[in-house]
Design a protein around this ligand. Sequence first.
Ligand SMILES: Cc1cc2nc3c(=O)[nH]c(=O)nc-3n(C[C@H](O)[C@H](O)[C@H](O)COP(=O)(O)OP(=O)(O)OC[C@H]3O[C@@H](n4cnc5c(N)ncnc54)[C@H](O)[C@@H]3O)c2cc1C
Length: 331
Amino acid sequence: MKIAIIGAGLSGIVAAKTLSAKLSGHHGISVFEKSRGAGGRMSTRRTDDFEFDHGAQYFTVRDPAFKAAVDHAIDQGHVNRWDGTTKYLKADGTIEEDKGGKRYVSTPRMNSWIKAMSNGLNIQTQARVSKLVSTDNGWTLKLEDDTAQTGFDTVICAVPSPQAEVLLAPTGFDKIEDITTAKMDACLAVMLGFDKTLNLPWDTLRSPDGPASWIAVNSAKPDRPQTGTTLMIHAGPKWSNNNVERDKSELKAEMITVASRLTGHDLTQAKYGTIHRWLYAAVSQGAGQTYLADDKAKLVACGDWCLGGRVEGAWLSGKAAAELVLKWSDA
Ligand SMILES: Cc1cc2nc3c(=O)[nH]c(=O)nc-3n(C[C@H](O)[C@H](O)[C@H](O)COP(=O)(O)OP(=O)(O)OC[C@H]3O[C@@H](n4cnc5c(N)ncnc54)[C@H](O)[C@@H]3O)c2cc1C
């Protein structure tokens, strides 16, 4: 079988890895990724002086199969526990511990685990798929640079749901309505780097939806560079959705003002500061299924949005999508 996987985020890479482990070699498996490398929303921004995990902040583990994969990654040095001090600032102004499961991060950067899993896979980067066309010789993938790759028996579409809809609706994908059921929120993310150490009484501060509803000391995560302090500020989903189209420098200034108040530090003094706009960050409503497949067309959609979001959901969805394709390959 010749298999194409669109998207080199966690779900796409787990699908590719699962298939390549089971099928003879991985010569028939091609991953297409629009950006410069694998990682997707488990990403890290690097500057001359600082590094920021500006997408996923950490992840939790519930499913036993995911736990086994995380334990293996811990043994390999690609994942570690993050036992930081976590606080929740409630709407009434009181602060309590931000409870939840144990937190894990990829090390030394959020994209390191995916990069390690990507070793040996055939990944074509800066290759944005713009169209899927059914031919007598299977599926043809048309790329944004006007080239095309042909002859795929199966295509796994491992991209956020709005992007999956754009690619799959024109093919007549028979579960398209389930894709449109899923809803994803934007997230505005400000990265700040300081030469000096900022003394903060917590490593993460969560607060109600607003311009700075999440502040994390990125440099406090395990195995991060220890010079100075790096902060990640995320606006909440509602605030991000309502403000995503506004001028970036205005948004950055507003988020820094609110975060300065919450931290008690003048964050305008940062040596480095930038803002990133995630259009599809988190899932507010999932599709309620592990993956969506059109058995006749041999097309599968997977990703965190199938199961309601998050790193664990992406892993489970990518794995299950690959297992379905393995069944198709046996048939
Ligand atoms: C700001 C933010 C904070 C988050 N915080 C957390 C958290 O604390 N805990 C947690 O568990 N999760 C968190 N998440 C969610 C987590 O990052 C995702 O659940 C997970 O990384 C999704 O993986 P995925 O493979 O489904 O999708 P993605 O990582 O989005 O991968 C999809 C890939 O497809 C590529 N692509 C898209 N369209 C095309 C195309 N046409 N052609 C080729 N390539 C294409 C994209 O470039 C991307 O690399 C956060 C996400 C964001 C953005």
